[in-house]
Write a protein that binds this ligand. Structure first.
Ligand code: 13P
Length: 251
């Protein structure tokens, strides 16, 4: 039986006062954990240490929003996986669509980050998903397969035995228009099937979470799907009450 995972991606939001209040709002409901759900918070880099102190002693764990592909060296502005591990970061998002599109990160570069994260003991949260144009062209499945294959080429399919996959259709991110329960379940099942072709055990154990306009109202139906193991939450994770309700809606 797979555990569920709900992760907050705060993106580039917040400041010290806001984050102090937000985390204080989460702790009463989430500190002891919820129904065996893995709960992860991914703040912007400068706030990792602050959030780490605020969540100390709770069941909430720390994640980062990105990682450099290199271990160390002349890469101004980059942060390595070992540096994140040094700050008790456990999870790291790689290949978020905003980075793929705005920072031109290609599939191979995302795969390098995935490998770098695992080499430092972090659990990568690999984001995959198609644009609206790609869905309209009927190639959503092919796009997601290409994104996954790039990682399998570098990490092997067993790389997914220590990773999370986040299906985030680009057209659903920040738009208020979530994928329907059927669309999301269909893609999650296809992702699991793709992995099962190479390793059924890995396919049955990997957590595949959904992201894109998840809110407390649509979360229960999404999370009730057999192949949807939780969510990667953007906007709604910036409100303590919403994020708590989303975590609690895992059945
Ligand atoms: P929203 O929940 O704001 O749509 O963002 C989803 C996302 O990109 C999480 O990584």
């Amino acid at each position: 039986m797979r555990r569920a995972l709900v992760a907050a991606n705060w993106k580039m939001h917040g400041n010290r006062i806001f984050i102090q209040e937000l985390v204080s709002g989460l702790i009463p409901a989430l500190s002891g954990g919820v129904n065996g759900v893995d709960i992860v918070i991914c703040p912007p880099f400068p706030y990792l240490q602050m959030v780490d102190s605020l969540i100390k002693g709770t069941e909430i764990v720390l994640g980062a929003q990105d990682v450099g592909a290199h271990e160390s060296g002349p890469y101004t502005g980059e942060v390595s996986a070992s540096m994140l591990a040094d700050f008790r970061v456990r999870y790291v998002i790689v290949g978020h669509s905003e980075r793929r599109s705005l920072m031109n990160e290609c599939d191979q570069h995302v795969a390098e980050k995935f490998v770098a994260a695992q080499q430092s003991g972090l659990i990568p949260v690999l984001c995959v998903g198609e644009t609206l144009a790609e869905r309209d062209q009927g190639i959503a499945g092919q796009v997601v397969e290409r994104q996954l294959s790039a990682v399998i080429d570098q990490a092997g399919v067993t790389g997914f035995s220590r990773a999370v996959i986040a299906y985030e259709p680009v057209w659903a991110i920040g738009t208020g228009r979530s994928a329907s329960v059927e669309q999301a379940q269909e893609m999650h099942a296809a992702i699991r099937q793709l992995i099962a072709l190479q390793d059924d055990e890995v396919a049955q154990s990997v957590q595949i979470i959904y992201g894109g306009s998840v809110n407390p109202e649509n979360a229960p139906a999404l999370f009730a799907q057999p192949d949807i193991d939780g969510g990667l939450i953007g906007g709604a994770s910036l409100n303590a009450d919403s994020f708590v309700r989303i975590c609690q809606s895992v059945s």
